[in-house]
Ligand binder design. Structure first.
Ligand code: DUC
Ligand code: ZN
Ligand code: ZN
Length: 481
């Protein structure tokens, strides 16, 4: 029997720490050899290309259930296609709790739907109603089943939690060894300002950004961190939009807290002004927190270089622009308050970050790999199986042409959404092939994978999610409430 099923030859292999010329031997879907020269009956030529670990997108909404039984337009099949086309091989999507019901039935439905996946996947559990049954029984149960991260929203109807509810989720996570991710914006401040904007007749999409300025994101981030510190629970702040918010995270990190910051592609390239396009067009760019301005892009790059922000996800949340299930679900002249939030970005994440980061000289290629693969895998308990190129890891690889120039259009995204907010943007750097567990699943834009070939990634206990053991007065309230 041959030593390898496949050898990837002649490429520059990039990990989170090094870029070296090496061949990769693959057997049974895993990396079994890294050497200067390997041979085997089947080879894939990577000459002149980078070989990167498959992208790990730890924040994307795929086929998320909506109230009333409907689901997002992006299905596991279309979403997987988009991921593989863009060089992403693993995702963590969401299972959503509906207020008034528990976690187990919806989670079973998410598992059922994800059986069509072509990427490997896990779930974060969104907690919207932390009842006694949820925090004492159901959270421990789902964590045991490998859903080892919880997501909470400090704003958004009907998802938002007040401070007491947030504390209950932090405590439940601490007891179960789960990680917590937080959407940080101030609920009441947004409501108050939105009411004022609408009363003044300011209803157009651009006022979405006016309804949630930077300081309300900064305030909620500060509060989220302080409460997590009190409970001694590690958290990641999702989708940080600007440096003044990241500065809160930097301060926490300087004090030794287990607080991490994530941002998303859109916060490097979109601005609030994009929501000021004629008519309803601005809805295409509407997400929360709102994209800020060009100076904020520069500020975010500083925070990335300082490693305060160490993960870049897509927060893919696709709503079509046309049709009644997407951005116009409340009418073509809906006020900004009634337009669903979110932008699609599964495919564009790696190309835009590489282009803006590496090709533009802002970061090096190893930091790029850390941001899009290695660190998300480590933070969410997917390492060492995912996120790096190492002996024993899954052979999830991307062959990357660092010089190829591409003008983005929606067809290239291969998602189910009818637009991309990055239309006509020119990027340098492009994935030419994607391997998932040793199988070539994308080549020159053609995705060839079987629906159902993606695997669920149960996540066990891991060190980064463990509390520090530092509690005010040494008293662990989470054991009682
Ligand atoms: N913001 C979120 O928090 N989730 C999905 C979409 C969005 O814009
Ligand atoms: Zn969010
Ligand atoms: Zn999100």
């Amino acid at each position: 029997m041959a030593e390898f099923d496949l050898v990837v030859r002649g490429g520059t292999v990039v990990t989170g720490s090094d870029a070296v010329r090496a061949d990769i031997g693959i057997r049974g879907g895993r990396i079994t050899a890294l050497a200067e020269s390997l041979s085997g009956p089947a080879t894939l030529d990577a000459g002149g290309l980078y070989v990167l670990p498959g992208g790990v997108d730890t924040h994307c909404h795929i086929e998320q259930l909506r109230a009333g039984g409907d689901a997002d337009e992006e299905t596991w099949e279309s979403g997987s296609r988009a991921c593989l086309a863009g060089g992403t091989t693993s995702v963590i999507s969401f299972s959503n709790q509906f207020k008034g019901s528990g976690l187990l039935a919806p989670l079973a439905e998410y598992h059922r739907r994800a059986q069509r996946a072509m990427v490997d996947y896990g779930f974060h559990q969104i907690i919207t109603d932390p009842t006694d049954a949820v925090v004492w029984q159901e959270i421990p149960q789902i964590v045991e089943q490998g859903v080892r991260s919880l997501k909470v929203f400090l704003t958004y109807d009907p998802l938002h939690l007040d401070d007491r509810q947030y504390l209950r989720v932090l405590a439940a996570a601490r007891r179960s060894g789960a990680f917590v991710t937080v959407h940080c914006e101030n609920y009441e401040a947004i409501r108050w300002r939105t009411e004022a904007l609408l009363a003044d007749g300011r209803t157009a999409p651009k006022y979405h950004a006016w309804s949630r300025p930077r300081m309300i994101e900064r305030e909620a981030t500060h509060r989220a961190i302080a409460l997590a510190e009190m409970v001694d629970q590690p958290i990641q702040v999702f989708h940080v939009s600007c440096a003044e918010v990241a500065a809160e995270i930097a301060q926490a990190q300087e004090r030794g807290l287990k607080v991490w910051g994530e941002t998303c592609t859109q916060y490097f390239v979109l601005t609030a002004a994009d929501q000021d396009r004629p008519g309803f067009e601005g809805a295409r760019f509407m997400c929360s927190p709102s994209p800020r301005d060009a100076a904020d892009h520069a500020g975010m790059w500083d925070m990335v270089r300082r490693n305060v922000i160490d993960v870049v996800s897509s927060d893919h949340s696709g709503w079509c622009y046309e049709g009644a299930r997407g951005k116009r679900m409340n009418g073509a002249d809906a006020s900004f308050r009634d337009i669903p939030n979110g932008v699609p970005g599964l495919t564009a994440r790696l190309p835009i970050l590489f282009s803006e980061g590496v090709a533009s000289g802002r970061i090096d290629i190893t930091q790029f790999v850390r941001l899009v693969a290695t660190t998300p895998a480590r933070l969410f308990g997917l390492a060492p199986r995912k996120g790096s190129i190492a002996i024993g890891a899954d052979a999830d690889l991307v062959l990357w042409d660092a010089t190829k120039k591409t003008r983005l259009n929606n067809a290239m995204m291969q998602h189910a959404i009818d637009y991309t907010p990055y239309d006509a943007m020119e990027v340098t750097g492009w994935p030419v092939a994607t391997l998932r567990r040793g199988e070539v699943v994308m080549r020159d834009g053609h995705v060839q994978a079987e629906p159902g070939s993606g695997q669920f990634l149960p996540r066990g206990p891991y060190d980064l999610a463990k509390p520090r053991g530092v509690l005010p007065d040494g008293f662990d309230a989470s054991a009682f409430a």
